[in-house]
Design a protein around this ligand. Structure first.
Ligand code: HEC
Length: 129
Protein backbone atom coordinates (compact mmCIF):
# COMPACT_ATOMS: atom_id res chain seq x y z
CA UNK A 1 0.00 0.00 0.00
CA UNK A 2 2.72 2.43 0.98
CA UNK A 3 4.64 1.72 -2.18
CA UNK A 4 1.57 2.35 -4.32
CA UNK A 5 0.89 5.62 -2.52
CA UNK A 6 4.47 6.74 -3.03
CA UNK A 7 4.29 5.94 -6.73
CA UNK A 8 1.06 7.87 -7.10
CA UNK A 9 2.45 10.90 -5.31
CA UNK A 10 5.58 10.69 -7.41
CA UNK A 11 3.77 10.53 -10.71
CA UNK A 12 1.34 13.32 -9.87
CA UNK A 13 4.24 15.53 -8.84
CA UNK A 14 5.97 14.83 -12.16
CA UNK A 15 2.78 15.63 -14.05
CA UNK A 16 2.34 18.83 -12.07
CA UNK A 17 5.75 20.05 -13.16
CA UNK A 18 4.65 19.82 -16.80
CA UNK A 19 1.30 21.51 -16.38
CA UNK A 20 1.23 24.99 -17.87
CA UNK A 21 -1.79 25.98 -15.74
CA UNK A 22 -2.76 26.15 -12.10
CA UNK A 23 -6.25 25.06 -11.08
CA UNK A 24 -7.16 24.90 -7.40
CA UNK A 25 -10.70 23.90 -6.35
CA UNK A 26 -11.93 24.73 -9.85
CA UNK A 27 -10.34 28.20 -9.72
CA UNK A 28 -7.59 29.27 -12.10
CA UNK A 29 -4.46 31.40 -11.91
CA UNK A 30 -4.14 34.70 -13.79
CA UNK A 31 -2.39 33.10 -16.75
CA UNK A 32 -5.08 30.49 -17.35
CA UNK A 33 -7.82 33.07 -16.89
CA UNK A 34 -6.17 35.34 -19.41
CA UNK A 35 -5.96 32.39 -21.81
CA UNK A 36 -9.72 31.94 -21.51
CA UNK A 37 -10.24 35.66 -22.14
CA UNK A 38 -7.98 35.75 -25.22
CA UNK A 39 -9.49 32.54 -26.54
CA UNK A 40 -12.98 34.00 -26.15
CA UNK A 41 -12.00 37.22 -27.93
CA UNK A 42 -10.09 35.73 -30.85
CA UNK A 43 -10.87 32.05 -31.34
CA UNK A 44 -14.41 31.35 -30.10
CA UNK A 45 -16.10 32.61 -33.23
CA UNK A 46 -14.68 29.71 -35.22
CA UNK A 47 -13.71 27.12 -32.60
CA UNK A 48 -16.85 27.42 -30.49
CA UNK A 49 -17.36 28.25 -26.81
CA UNK A 50 -14.77 26.80 -24.39
CA UNK A 51 -12.65 25.31 -27.17
CA UNK A 52 -15.27 22.68 -27.88
CA UNK A 53 -15.36 23.11 -31.66
CA UNK A 54 -18.05 24.23 -34.09
CA UNK A 55 -19.27 23.27 -37.53
CA UNK A 56 -16.48 25.46 -38.91
CA UNK A 57 -13.45 25.03 -36.66
CA UNK A 58 -12.06 21.88 -35.03
CA UNK A 59 -12.44 21.03 -31.33
CA UNK A 60 -9.25 22.53 -29.85
CA UNK A 61 -9.71 20.80 -26.50
CA UNK A 62 -9.19 17.61 -28.45
CA UNK A 63 -6.45 19.04 -30.72
CA UNK A 64 -4.15 20.01 -27.84
CA UNK A 65 -4.20 16.41 -26.60
CA UNK A 66 -2.39 15.39 -29.79
CA UNK A 67 -0.21 18.45 -30.44
CA UNK A 68 2.95 19.79 -28.88
CA UNK A 69 2.97 23.43 -27.87
CA UNK A 70 5.37 24.14 -30.74
CA UNK A 71 2.97 22.63 -33.26
CA UNK A 72 0.11 24.60 -31.73
CA UNK A 73 2.07 27.86 -31.88
CA UNK A 74 3.07 27.19 -35.48
CA UNK A 75 -0.55 26.82 -36.64
CA UNK A 76 -1.73 29.85 -34.68
CA UNK A 77 1.08 32.10 -35.90
CA UNK A 78 1.09 31.00 -39.55
CA UNK A 79 -2.48 29.79 -40.02
CA UNK A 80 -3.47 26.90 -42.22
CA UNK A 81 -5.69 26.49 -45.24
CA UNK A 82 -7.23 23.19 -46.06
CA UNK A 83 -8.96 23.16 -49.39
CA UNK A 84 -10.54 19.98 -50.70
CA UNK A 85 -13.62 19.20 -52.78
CA UNK A 86 -15.77 18.89 -49.64
CA UNK A 87 -14.74 22.04 -47.86
CA UNK A 88 -12.69 25.18 -47.78
CA UNK A 89 -11.65 25.85 -44.22
CA UNK A 90 -9.23 28.56 -43.28
CA UNK A 91 -7.38 29.03 -40.04
CA UNK A 92 -6.21 32.65 -40.28
CA UNK A 93 -2.62 33.52 -39.31
CA UNK A 94 -2.35 35.41 -35.99
CA UNK A 95 1.35 36.24 -36.25
CA UNK A 96 0.59 39.94 -36.52
CA UNK A 97 -2.13 39.97 -33.85
CA UNK A 98 -0.47 41.17 -30.67
CA UNK A 99 -3.34 40.19 -28.37
CA UNK A 100 -2.83 36.61 -29.51
CA UNK A 101 0.92 36.12 -30.10
CA UNK A 102 1.80 37.81 -26.80
CA UNK A 103 -0.42 35.35 -24.97
CA UNK A 104 0.15 32.05 -26.82
CA UNK A 105 1.34 30.45 -23.57
CA UNK A 106 -1.81 31.56 -21.77
CA UNK A 107 -4.15 30.27 -24.48
CA UNK A 108 -2.23 26.99 -24.49
CA UNK A 109 -2.50 26.77 -20.68
CA UNK A 110 -6.26 27.34 -20.80
CA UNK A 111 -6.82 24.71 -23.52
CA UNK A 112 -4.59 22.17 -21.74
CA UNK A 113 -6.57 22.64 -18.51
CA UNK A 114 -9.75 21.95 -20.50
CA UNK A 115 -8.14 18.96 -22.24
CA UNK A 116 -6.92 17.47 -18.95
CA UNK A 117 -10.46 17.66 -17.61
CA UNK A 118 -9.58 19.86 -14.64
CA UNK A 119 -11.57 22.83 -15.88
CA UNK A 120 -15.22 22.88 -16.92
CA UNK A 121 -16.98 25.03 -19.44
CA UNK A 122 -17.80 28.71 -19.08
CA UNK A 123 -15.97 31.64 -17.52
CA UNK A 124 -13.51 30.16 -15.01
CA UNK A 125 -13.44 31.67 -11.49
CA UNK A 126 -10.07 33.10 -10.47
CA UNK A 127 -8.05 32.06 -7.46
CA UNK A 128 -8.72 34.73 -4.85
CA UNK A 129 -12.12 35.72 -6.26
C1 HEC B 1 -11.89 32.44 -38.99
C2 HEC B 1 -12.07 31.24 -38.21
C3 HEC B 1 -10.97 30.86 -37.22
C4 HEC B 1 -10.48 31.61 -36.18
C5 HEC B 1 -10.86 33.03 -35.77
C6 HEC B 1 -9.52 30.77 -35.49
N1 HEC B 1 -9.42 29.56 -36.11
FE1 HEC B 1 -8.15 28.05 -35.63
N2 HEC B 1 -8.81 26.95 -37.21
C7 HEC B 1 -9.83 27.32 -38.05
C8 HEC B 1 -10.06 26.26 -39.01
C9 HEC B 1 -11.13 26.25 -40.10
C10 HEC B 1 -9.11 25.25 -38.74
C11 HEC B 1 -8.88 23.95 -39.49
C12 HEC B 1 -7.86 24.25 -40.57
C13 HEC B 1 -7.60 23.04 -41.42
O1 HEC B 1 -8.51 22.62 -42.10
O2 HEC B 1 -6.49 22.54 -41.38
C14 HEC B 1 -8.34 25.73 -37.58
C15 HEC B 1 -7.31 25.00 -37.00
C16 HEC B 1 -6.68 25.37 -35.83
C17 HEC B 1 -5.68 24.59 -35.18
C18 HEC B 1 -5.17 23.22 -35.61
C19 HEC B 1 -6.03 22.17 -34.98
C20 HEC B 1 -5.62 20.76 -35.36
O3 HEC B 1 -6.19 19.84 -34.74
O4 HEC B 1 -4.78 20.57 -36.23
C21 HEC B 1 -5.31 25.26 -34.06
C22 HEC B 1 -4.29 24.83 -33.01
C23 HEC B 1 -6.08 26.48 -34.03
N3 HEC B 1 -6.90 26.53 -35.13
C24 HEC B 1 -6.00 27.42 -33.02
C25 HEC B 1 -6.68 28.63 -33.03
C26 HEC B 1 -6.55 29.65 -32.01
C27 HEC B 1 -5.71 29.50 -30.74
C28 HEC B 1 -7.32 30.70 -32.38
C29 HEC B 1 -7.47 32.03 -31.68
C30 HEC B 1 -6.25 32.76 -31.44
C31 HEC B 1 -7.96 30.34 -33.64
N4 HEC B 1 -7.55 29.08 -34.01
C32 HEC B 1 -8.83 31.15 -34.36
C33 HEC B 1 -10.54 28.50 -38.02
C34 HEC B 1 -10.30 29.56 -37.16
Amino acid sequence: MLVVAALLVGSSAAAAAEQPYTVVDGKVDKKTFNGWRRYTESCLRCHGPDGAGSSYGPDLVDSVKHMTQDEFNEVVVNGRTNVNPASTSVMPPFGEVEDVVTYLDDIWAYLKARADGVLGRGRPPRIGD
